[in-house]
Design a protein around this ligand. Structure first.
Ligand code: ZN
Length: 307
């Protein structure tokens, strides 16, 4: 996939907290922060640590300090990421472009039903972050959405982690999948779906249904990625290939609960601990969204066949 060289990027959707300094604070006890956040893989990581099952993150996977002096300084990224050409060249501009496209899609969806989409900021951070409404979190939590402040948080180093730790093929469209999944949680927050979710894990749990729906929403966006115009009037993305979709499906498989338990956890699959769905389920629902291009087909709460 490529970005339209001339399309403009809107960096106002990003708060950049990666700037210098940081890393001043001490290590934050896991479970002490991050209450209420919905991530890509987070519940697993939290529960594994909380349960003391001996799961160890591979070294260098980012249990960094949470900086106490973090500041939003988006001047550099505003200067750097102006067009699709910048997104074709620079990793962080690429993330900006995906976020713009994803939010343009949802704005369009809302407009079609006579409603107004409420955009969500994405915060770029490094190592750790103090959120506006969900306490603090380290990069080990993975990318996440905080319903309380309605913002997305991501350490872009996670994309590398997906390849090294999770063994994913990687590639730009994997990054798009991750970001679109988090924005799926934003949609669920706006629609009130998240409020319906009861605590708990297991293959039929509300947590799993919520996560699979976010995967499906990500797929729905992917279907429209090359057609939805952004504020500048042009689609940002020119051409999504089978290879792109396969890379996203591969990543979805690498963050399935069963895969993580087998490959990164204790080696045993325990479905009672499922919080995000199996690899096959995550792939199935991403594909359901992609094939239909219709978020209405993402009713994971109304089906008794999650896959
Ligand atoms: Zn999620």
């Amino acid at each position: 996939m490529q970005f339209n060289e001339d399309a403009e990027l809107d960096t106002s959707q990003i708060d950049d907290q990666r700037g210098g300094g940081g890393g001043v604070g001490g290590r934050v006890a896991l479970g002490g922060g991050g209450l209420g956040i919905v991530g890509l893989v987070i519940y697993f990581l939290l529960s594994q640590f909380a349960g003391g099952s001996g799961f160890q993150l591979p070294s260098g996977s980012g249990f960094g300090d949470v900086g106490q002096n973090q500041q939003v300084d988006s001047a550099a990224i505003r200067e750097k990421c102006k067009t699709g050409a910048d997104a074709n060249r620079e990793d962080d501009c690429r993330a900006v472009a995906f976020i713009n496209s994803i939010q343009a899609y949802w704005a369009d969806q809302y407009a079609r039903s006579g409603n107004t989409y409420k955009p969500a900021q994405t915060n770029f951070f490094q190592g750790g972050v103090n959120t506006g409404g969900c306490g603090s979190a380290t990069s080990a939590a993975g990318p996440f959405y905080c319903p309380a402040d309605a913002e997305v948080y991501i350490d872009l180093a996670f994309f590398q982690e997906l390849k090294t730790t999770f063994g994913a093929t990687g590639g730009p469209f994997v990054e798009a999948y991750v970001l679109a999944h988090e924005y799926g949680h934003h949609i669920q927050n706006l629609l009130g779906t998240s409020d319906r979710v009861k605590q708990g894990t297991g293959p039929q749990s509300d947590s799993v249904r919520l996560e699979l729906q976010a995967d499906c929403y990500a797929g729905a966006w992917a279907n429209h990625a090359t057609t939805v115009p952004t504020a500048s009037g042009k689609p940002l993305i020119t051409g999504v290939t089978d290879e792109d979709i396969n890379a996203a499906l591969d990543a979805a498989g690498r963050i399935g609960d069963d895969y993580i338990q087998k490959e990164l956890g204790g080696g045993k699959v325990d479905t009672t601990q499922f919080s995000h769905g199996s690899s096959a389920q995550r792939q199935k629902w991403y594909r359901a969204g992609y094939d239909s291009g219709d978020p209405a087909r993402c009713d994971t709460f109304g089906t008794n066949n999650l896959g």
